[in-house]
Design a protein around this ligand. Structure first.
Ligand code: 13P
Length: 239
């Protein structure tokens, strides 16, 4: 099965930059040995959708609310995202969990995204102190169990293991520790689940992660939004 390179542009890019970078993705994906998806900020979604429409790159979003309409100021409905052509929606990113999103909220979001025919990309991962206390698998198991209890059994989903302490720090989780955690996740998510790794992945260090048999792909933040790094990724994917 082909692996997935999933770009989370976070809040790094203006809309003009996002549109320009989307063109590089569309071109790079033509000869890439991986599937490619990008999650721009909400305001750039429509422009990026137009660029990617005839390309091999899937459109993603960084979050969604758990209701499809109503008096929810500032929220974005899964239905609105689906109407723009979004295929994958990140839910439960640790940067959102850090602002108060609970396992229950994440589970509701995942279910709402799936109900609108999109694939939730559910982020799980432990804090630094949780890993230091040896509790990483316990934490991730609880995060996963909440999400899976809320999803209908036939709904597709992707899990992204992103330890909080590895995100944006320049210190990725070691491939050995990623392999151990992915085995734990697979035990819960099942043999067919795609499980991504994310956390300080860049064009210099990505290969050992992508080559792990249990890793279905990469969820990349900072480096996925830098044009030079994007060029380097696609050069590597083309070889
Ligand atoms: P970085 O690649 O910037 O560490 O971020 C990873 C991430 O949070 C992707 O969702």
């Amino acid at each position: 099965m082909r692996k997935l390179f999933f770009a989370n542009w976070k809040m790094y890019l203006g809309d003009d930059e996002a549109e320009a970078l989307a063109r590089s993705y569309a071109e790079g994906a033509l000869s890439a040995s991986v599937d490619v998806a990008v999650a721009p900020g909400f305001t750039a979604l429509e422009r990026v959708a137009r660029v990617l429409a005839a390309s091999k790159v899937a459109l993603g979003a960084q979050d969604a609310f758990w209701k499809d309409e109503g008096a929810y100021t500032g929220e974005v409905a899964p239905k609105q995202l689906a109407a723009l052509g979004v295929k994958h929606v990140i839910v439960g990113h640790s940067e959102r969990r850090a602002m108060g999103e609970t396992d229950e909220i994440v589970a509701r979001k995942a279910a709402a995204v799936a109900a609108d025919g999109m694939t939730p990309v559910v982020c799980v991962g432990e804090l630094k102190e949780e890993r230091e206390a040896g509790r990483q698998e316990e934490i991730v198991r609880a995060q996963l169990a909440a999400m899976m209890a809320a999803l209908p059994s036939e709904a597709p989903f992707i899990v992204a293991y992103e330890p909080r302490w590895a995100i944006g720090t320049g210190t990725p989780c070691s491939p050995d520790d990623v392999a151990k955690m992915h085995a734990c996740i697979r035990g819960i998510a099942g043999p067919d689940a795609a499980i991504l790794y994310g956390g300080s992945v860049d064009p210099e260090n990505f290969r050992p992660y992508l080559d792990l048999p249990d890793v279905g792909g990469l969820l990349v933040g900072g480096a996925s939004a830098r044009p030079d790094a994007v060029r380097a990724f696609f050069e590597a994917f083309a070889s």
